[in-house]
Write a protein that binds this ligand. Structure first.
Ligand code: ZN
Ligand code: ZN
Ligand code: ZN
Length: 506
């Protein structure tokens, strides 16, 4: 809700070269100037990459040599620019924080890419192993409007449904047509089935994944207990919301040799075996979902019928430019989806509203049963192994349309972890910043060799240093909307600048 531009403020223009300031951000700048905090604010904001909702912490930490117990340095939030230590919010959602969501997308890209070709501690030999790109979709809950790659949407002649509505749609929908993804007849559409499937989708994925190993054993003619001595299947996957509000999974599967030989061990088995095992496992996987209310039925949940498997690599390195799909493309594709906000990825029309309503309703019914149980009644919907109502938590996931899984995940030995990527980046930024400040003082260019050397020494030292901290959560976010706007605008500027630099124009 940005108001039209007021007047640009010269001090801020000098600070960040910003234009198009709203009255709100001009007011925020005025306040910062009055307190003498503008420089500190810019400094603090740039240190957290202009995060829109930074976490504010109070306290101190000490770096200790684990061998001697000597304290080599201390840090207190009092020394930080605004008297608080700021850390990034780290939110993956673009709608919450543009800056952090980009970092998350980059990390997802790196995580997937390192699993493809090695790097950042992942051995390069992973690039020799078979690789396939797999897309698993949800089953149908009723016909929906769709682009069908430019063909007619749903040509059904005179056919009508039991509500007397025409089942036919002969439009060629454009991709951004708001109607795409919504049901041809919303009364026919199985909303409850949709929500129940989505709620159990993570478990369905987990079972299918486990079964891939069993299928591999069967194909290789060895007992399941011995298959890990020959091959291990690794994957990195992301979840994406389709226009119809159903989640689907994209995953890269890599077939490694025995896991005892370490990450990415050479594998003597071809990609065909892996593809067959994946196909069989996802076709068989099922979860029996208990009824959602007294009188409802159990549902046998399965994956959609079309599971798309594309071979990325046969198992030997190919650099064929005409190859249908490359690892790099796949990594970029997967990273793109990891930051999408469910509620924004799908047009927020009547269809999505109805899905959310159904989630809320299933949740309400579970709450009602909880009351009945307290009153000594025994509702027909059974409890789960831990004695909880199966649907007690669905209300928490309404905004995610019932999906309670992660948006990106990986098997243990697929690639680097997000945590190690974050640690690596934090270390690099700190060293780079120190070196930049030192260079500025000395009036010299940044010495990249010195940066590299420090990083190397620190990596060797990291096993013998301990960082002990006592931190207290003060709050989240900037002080006011104006400050959020300044941070957001500065983040956009920083991005433009980085793009300019990357394109060689700077
Ligand atoms: Zn953030
Ligand atoms: Zn249509
Ligand atoms: Zn109907």
């Amino acid at each position: 809700m940005s108001r039209p531009r007021g007047h640009s403020h010269p001090a801020l223009k000098r600070q960040e070269g910003l234009s198009n300031l709203t009255d709100r951000s001009v007011e925020a700048v005025r306040q910062l100037l009055a307190r003498g905090d503008l420089d500190k604010f810019t400094h603090a904001a740039s240190r957290v990459g202009f995060c829109q909702r930074p976490i504010r912490l109070h306290g101190q930490s000490a770096t200790i040599d684990a061998r001697t117990g000597e304290v080599s340095s201390t840090f207190s939030s009092d020394e930080a620019p605004l008297g608080v230590l700021l850390t990034r919010c780290g939110n993956r959602r673009e709608s919450v924080c543009t800056s952090c969501s980009r970092v998350y997308a980059r990390d997802t890209f790196e995580m997937i890419r390192c699993g493809l070709e090695g790097g950042k501690g992942v051995p390069e030999r992973v690039a020799e192993n078979p690789l396939a790109f797999v897309t698993v979709t949800a089953p149908s809950f009723g016909p929906v409007h769709s682009t069908r790659g430019g063909r007619l949407c749903h040509p059904r002649g005179q056919e009508t449904c039991r509500h007397g509505r025409s089942m036919s749609c002969t439009t060629r929908h454009e991709k951004d047509d708001a109607v795409v993804g919504s049901p041809i007849c919303s009364e026919c559409y199985d909303y409850r089935g949709h929500v129940v499937w989505q709620y159990h989708a993570p478990e369905l994925w987990r079972r299918a994944i486990q079964d891939v190993s069993r299928q591999l054993a069967a194909l290789l003619g060895v007992p399941s207990s011995r298959v890990s001595k020959i091959v291990s299947r690794q994957y990195g996957r992301t979840a994406e919301m389709q226009a119809r509000g159903a989640v689907h999974f994209h995953a890269l599967f890599r077939l490694d040799g025995p896991s005892s030989e370490g990450l990415g061990a050479a594998c003597g088995v071809g990609v065909d075996v892996m593809v067959e095992a994946i196909e069989a496992a996802f076709a068989r996987a099922q979860v029996v979902a208990p009824p959602t209310f007294d009188g409802d039925r159990s549902r046998v949940l399965r994956c959609g019928e079309q599971i798309d498997i594309r071979v990325v690599r046969e198992g030997t390195r190919t650099d064929d430019p005409d190859a249908p799909i490359t690892g790099e493309q796949v990594a970029a594709y997967l990273a793109k989806y990891s930051t999408k906000d469910t509620s924004l990825a799908v047009p927020d029309g009547a269809h999505v509203h109805r899905i959310k309503e159904t989630c809320a309703q299933v949740h309400e019914e579970a709450m009602l049963r909880a009351e009945q149980r307290r009153a000594g009644e025994d509702p027909a919907v059974p409890l789960d192994a831990e004695g909880r109502d199966h649907y007690a938590l669905i209300g928490k996931w309404t905004k995610e349309l019932g999906y309670r899984g992660h948006y990106s995940s990986k098997s243990r030995c697929y690639s680097v972890t997000y945590r190690s990527l974050r640690r690596r980046r934090a270390r690099f930024q700190r060293v780079m910043q120190d070196e930049t400040e030192r260079a500025k003082r000395a009036g010299k260019p940044v010495d990249l060799e010195a940066v590299e050397k420090t990083l190397r020494v620190e990596a060797e030292d990291s096993e013998t240093t301990l960082v002990v901290g006592m931190w207290e959560f003060v709050g989240a976010g900037w002080s006011n909307e104006g400050e959020v706007e300044i941070a957001t605008a500065a983040a956009a500027r920083a991005r433009e600048y980085a793009q300019l630099k990357a394109s060689g124009l700077q």
